[in-house]
Design a protein around this ligand. Structure first.
Ligand SMILES: Nc1ncnc2c1ncn2[C@@H]1O[C@H](COP(=O)(O)OP(=O)(O)O)[C@@H](O)[C@H]1O
Ligand SMILES: O=C(O)C1=C[C@@H](OP(=O)(O)O)[C@@H](O)[C@H](O)C1
Ligand SMILES: [Mg+2]
Length: 190
């Protein structure tokens, strides 16, 4: 953890948010981008745009493998951007190929405990992998499969049930010196 961080290299570097479904990548990512004057992208939204279908429909009509192929294609495209916050889908870490793209930026792992994920995702119908009766068990299995991959990120932000998106963003900003030192960024505007 933190092994690649070199403040001089962070200027303009994009930020990739990784972590489990429900960890808040999409929510916190938008706020983070606004605060640091970066553009915001969400790989799931971009995937839906090119497919012309929702994530649930892509899984249903074409299967997970097709979804993962589009996900890699989109990631390859956004990885060439600078000054962008990119919220990824929770499964992006699964493919080794994706890591060559993720390593173009600073990777931040939003690490929320299972209880928090369950609380947030109860009744959610937009995430096809969670269409199971035992949500807690499914999330536990997925996290077991993915934890060691997420832990390869540059930064880990541990999240509690009481952490607001804004407080999480503040902690991220505290941990990424260099990004806010760019003269074009004025946090007072936000
Ligand atoms: N810090 C937070 N506190 C409370 N609820 C949150 C927080 N962050 C996200 N949420 C809620 O949890 C759900 C999942 O958040 P989302 O940003 O979509 O996560 P992800 O993109 O990692 O799957 C959404 O309903 C969102 O409003
Ligand atoms: O964890 C996963 O495999 C997935 C996470 C989802 O995104 P979020 O992590 O934003 O929920 C979405 O990409 C798809 O449903 C698969
Ligand atoms: Mg998301």
């Amino acid at each position: 953890m933190n092994h690649r961080i070199d403040p001089d290299r962070l200027r303009g570097l994009s930020i990739f948010l990784v972590g489990m479904m429900g960890s808040g990548k999409t929510t916190a990512g938008q706020i983070l981008a606004r605060h640091i004057g970066y553009r915001f992208f969400d790989t799931d939204v971009l995937i839906e745009g090119v497919a012309g279908e929702t994530i649930a429909e892509i899984f249903q009509n074409s299967g997970e493998e097709t979804f993962r192929e589009i996900e890699t294609r989109i990631l390859a495209e956004v990885s060439s951007l600078t000054k962008s916050v990119i919220a990824t889908g929770g499964g992006i870490v699964l493919k080794r190929e994706n890591w060559s793209y993720l390593r173009h930026g600073l990777m931040i792992w939003l690490d929320a405990p299972i209880e928090v994920l369950v609380q947030r995702l109860q009744g959610d119908s937009s995430r096809p992998l969670l269409r199971e009766t035992d949500l807690e068990n499914k999330l536990t299995v997925l996290l077991e499969q993915r934890r060691s991959l997420y832990s390869e990120a540059d930064l880990r932000i541990a999240i509690d049930a009481s952490d607001s998106p804004e407080s999480i963003v503040d902690r991220m900003i505290d941990r990424i010196p260099g990004v806010l030192q760019q003269p074009s960024i004025d946090r007072e505007d936000n």
